[in-house]
Write a protein that binds this ligand. Structure first.
Ligand code: 3EB
Length: 336
C-alpha cells in the first residue's frame, strides 16, 4: 500500500513496499532508485530500477524504494546511474564479467569509476555500498571469488582514500544466483563517522586467512545530515566474534548476530546526538526456509514494527548461514 504523502519529509529515506505498486513510485519525482529482487530482464530497463538476482523468502514481493527529500536529479554516464536530491547521491553500476579470472580487476575498475563519478557530481564521500556478484564462494585459479573481490576493492580504496582505515564505507558483499558484478550505494558531500563493533575485530584488520587483502569496510557509518538528522548505515553483520565465525546452527548464529547488532547500536548510540532506533533490516539466509520463526525471534529483540526483508543469498564465508544489515534513524524520524 502506498503510504500517505509526507510533506514534512526533510531527509531522503528508504522503505520496503509491495512490488505491485512499482508504477506509483516510478511516477514520483523524488524517486532516487527502486531495487527489485528478482532475475535481471534481458533487455535494458529504466535505469532507476536496480535488479538484484536474489529470491525473496515467504510470500511477499517486495521492492526497496529510495526516496529523496525533494525532486531527484538523475542521469547515467560512463555506465553509472546516479540520482541526487542535494543531500545524497544514489549510485548504481554493473559490469559484465567477461572472463572467469576478471573479478579482481573489474571490481577495482568499478570502484574507481564510482569514486570518480561521485566526486565529479560533488558528493565525494561514499557512505554505504552494496556489492553483489554470483558464485561468491567458488574458487577460480585457487582463489575464492570473494577474496578476488576483496583484493580489487582494497586496491581501489587504498588508492582513493587518503585516510584508508577511518573512511571506509559501510558495506554488504553478497552472492547472487547469477548475473553481473553489481554495486549500488550512497555518497554525500561530507563524510560520516566510522563505528566499529566492540565484539568484533575490524574487518580491515582481519588476519590474512580470510582474505589476502582485507575486507575493506566499516561495521557502520553514522552520518549526520545537519539539523540533528542522523542515519546509521549498518553493514552486513554475521555470527562472528573476534574474527572467527561461531556456531554451526542457524538459530545460534542468529542469536550471535543479534548480539552483534545490539553491540553495534550501543556503540553508535554513545556517539549519536539523539537515540537511534532500527528503521529496517534486511536478512540474508543461505537456505530456502520459512522466515516466520526468524521474524518472531528478531521481533523479541528489536520489536515487531520494524520492516524486515528476507532474501535467499550466499554469504561470503561458507560456514555463515545468516547475515543481517540495516538502517537506524533517530527516534523522531520513525514516521515511515
Ligand atoms: C563479516 O563480518 C561478514 O566484504 O563487504 C559482512 C559485511 C561481511 C560486508 C564485505 C563482508 C562484507 O566479515 C561478512
Amino acid at each position: 500500500m502506498r503510504p500517505p504523502a509526507r510533506p514534512d519529509m526533510s531527509l531522503f529515506t528508504v522503505c520496503y513496499r509491495n512490488a505491485a505498486d512499482c508504477g506509483d513510485w516510478l511516477n514520483d519525482e523524488r524517486l532516487l532508485a527502486l531495487v527489485r529482487f528478482d532475475q535481471t530482464p534481458p533487455t535494458a530497463t529504466d535505469r532507476r530500477i536496480c535488479t538484484v538476482d536474489l529470491a525473496e523468502l515467504g510470500s511477499a514481493a517486495t521492492v526497496e524504494v529510495w526516496l529523496g527529500a525533494r525532486a531527484a536529479r538523475a542521469g547515467c554516464s560512463e555506465g553509472i546511474y546516479h540520482a541526487g536530491d542535494g543531500d545524497v547521491l544514489f549510485l548504481h553500476a554493473r559490469l559484465d564479467e567477461y572472463a572467469p579470472d576478471a573479478l579482481q580487476p573489474l571490481t577495482a575498475v568499478l570502484y574507481r569509476r564510482l569514486f570518480a563519478k561521485a566526486r565529479a557530481l560533488g558528493y565525494p564521500h561514499l557512505l554505504r555500498l552494496w556489492n553483489y556478484f554470483p558464485r561468491i564462494n567458488q574458487e577460480c585459479d585457487g582463489l575464492e571469488r570473494y577474496q578476488a573481490f576483496c583484493a580489487g576493492r582494497h586496491q581501489a580504496l587504498a588508492a582513493e582514500l587518503a585516510e584508508f582505515e577511518t573512511r571506509l564505507p559501510a558495506a554488504s558483499a553478497i552472492g547472487t544466483r547469477a548475473g553481473d558484478l553489481q554495486l549500488y550505494g550512497l555518497a554525500a558531500r561530507e563524510p560520516g563517522a566510522q563505528i566499529e563493533n566492540p565484539r568484533q575485530v575490524s574487518a580491515f584488520h582481519y588476519p590474512r586467512q580470510y582474505s589476502r587483502r582485507s575486507p575493506s569496510f566499516s561495521r557502520a557509518i553514522l552520518k549526520s545530515w545537519g539539523e540533528g538528522r542522523e542515519h546509521l548505515y549498518i553493514s552486513g553483520t554475521a555470527s562472528i566474534v573476534g574474527h572467527a565465525s561461531v556456531h554451526h546452527e542457524l538459530a545460534a548464529q542468529l542469536e550471535e548476530t543479534l548480539a552483534n547488532l545490539e553491540a553495534l547500536l550501543g556503540e553508535a548510540n554513545r556517539r549519536a546526538a539523539r537515540p537511534l532506533a532500527l528503521a529496517l533490516l534486511k536478512i540474508y539466509v543461505r537456505s530456502e526456509l520459512d522466515p516466520a520463526p526468524l521474524r518472531v525471534r528478531i521481533a523479541r529483540t528489536f520489536g515487531d514494527n520494524i520492516p524486515l526483508l528476507f532474501l535467499r543469498a550466499d554469504i561470503c564465508r561458507r560456514e555463515l548461514l545468516i547475515e543481517i544489515e540495516g538502517l537506524a534513524t533517530e527516534f523522531a524520524a520513525r514516521h515511515l
